[in-house]
Design a protein around this ligand. Structure first.
Ligand SMILES: Nc1ncnc2c1ncn2[C@@H]1O[C@H](COP(=O)(O)OP(=O)(O)OP(=O)(O)O)[C@@H](O)[C@H]1O
Length: 309
């Protein structure tokens, strides 16, 4: 269980986290979504007892992060967004080093490490050097490290960042297994679809404030009136670019090879009007809709059996 009560953190004049109220029940997966600098890592570092809050309280498995940091650390596995790996160590040696740090008896380590490597699909890399592993593999090894002391709570700071779509899907499958083991998981990301399938609840944080929180169906990006959209065009690309850039409800317009990606902040009626305008201006629209994880599915199909991470 994770709980924060009026939790705040300031770095000098910057209020990185403001009055955060969060409660994540045992066995739940909570997705923490927000743009760069929103305060996700700050929250996670406070929960991991690596940063002192300015105000408020935080509890992990019922332990107070300020008063009982040792008990908090024993009950949680924390995966930072940047993790150091150790050169000249094999995957097994790396995990053995951390098992030692958690005072796990030598007699238990061999089978424990074998089990963890199996869980994160790295059994065949047991004797490989850590620095020779791909980013996806290192990320999974780092996840295994977090699990070495069998914590009830996992705090994973953007574990999918820097991974290609296939590696993300593999990671998601492992996280599903952890959910099956009834771990409480707090996981952060910039991207909602990345977490949608995995999380029981999500919280959206912006500029240090939790702006929406709850069941995944209740809190969608749509609920806050913002949709990430894709438009693909076959002709009159330039005309479409002008219309989109002039549309009041289009933000963060990004031109791509065969179309556009943008945030749409209007209603469904305004969305329909935009499509009407595009077609009316002679733009051949081959796709108009929400940007989804389709790309991941396509990537997976293409790389099926080919990409070995
Ligand atoms: N040690 C620090 N000193 C000063 N400001 C900091 C420090 N750490 C973070 N900040 C600021 O606090 C705010 C929140 O940062 P934080 O890293 O928690 O955001 P985040 O949501 O995790 O972002 P990202 O997705 O980039 O990791 C940012 O404005 C950041 O610049």
């Amino acid at each position: 269980m994770i709980e924060t009560i009026h939790l705040s953190k300031s770095y000098g004049k910057l209020h990185a986290l403001v009055d955060l109220q969060l409660r994540i029940e045992q066995g739940k997966v909570f997705g923490f979504i927000g743009p760069n600098g929103a305060g996700k890592s700050t929250t996670m570092m406070i929960l991991a007892t690596l940063l002192e809050p300015t105000e408020g309280e935080a509890y992990v498995s019922g332990y107070d992060v300020r008063k009982e940091p040792a008990a908090v650390r024993q009950s949680l596995g924390y995966m930072p967004d940047f993790f150091g790996v150790y050169d000249n160590l094999t995957a097994v040696e790396y995990l053995d080093f951390y098992a030692g740090a958690y005072k796990i008896p030598s007699s238990r380590r061999k089978s424990l490490i074998a089990d963890l490597l199996e869980l994160v699909n790295l059994s065949d890399k047991a004797e490989s050097y850590v620095d020779s592993l791909s980013r996806g593999m290192q990320q999974r090894l780092s996840l295994a490290r977090c699990l070495i002391h069998d914590p009830q709570v996992l705090i994973l700071d953007e574990p999918a960042s820097g991974l290609d779509p296939r590696a993300r899907i593999e990671l998601r499958e492992i996280l599903k297994q952890l959910r099956g083991m009834k771990k409480t998981i707090l996981i952060s990301s910039h991207i909602l679809p990345e977490l949608a399938e995995l999380c029981d609840e999500i919280g959206i944080i912006e500029k240090g404030r939790l702006i929406a929180c709850g069941d995944i169906d209740e809190v969608s990006v749509r609920a806050s009136g913002v949709t990430l959209m894709m438009v693909r065009t076959l002709s009159n690309h330039h005309r479409a670019a002008v219309l989109l850039s002039e549309n009041l409800y289009v933000e963060d317009l990004e031109e791509q090879m065969d179309g556009f990606r943008f945030r749409f902040i209007g209603t469904d009626e305004e969305k329909a009007a935009l499509l009407r305008d595009l077609i009316g201006a002679g733009v051949a629209v081959s796709y108009f809709g929400e940007s989804s994880e389709n790309l991941e599915a396509v990537f997976l199909a293409i790389t099926e059996g080919v990409a070995k991470l």
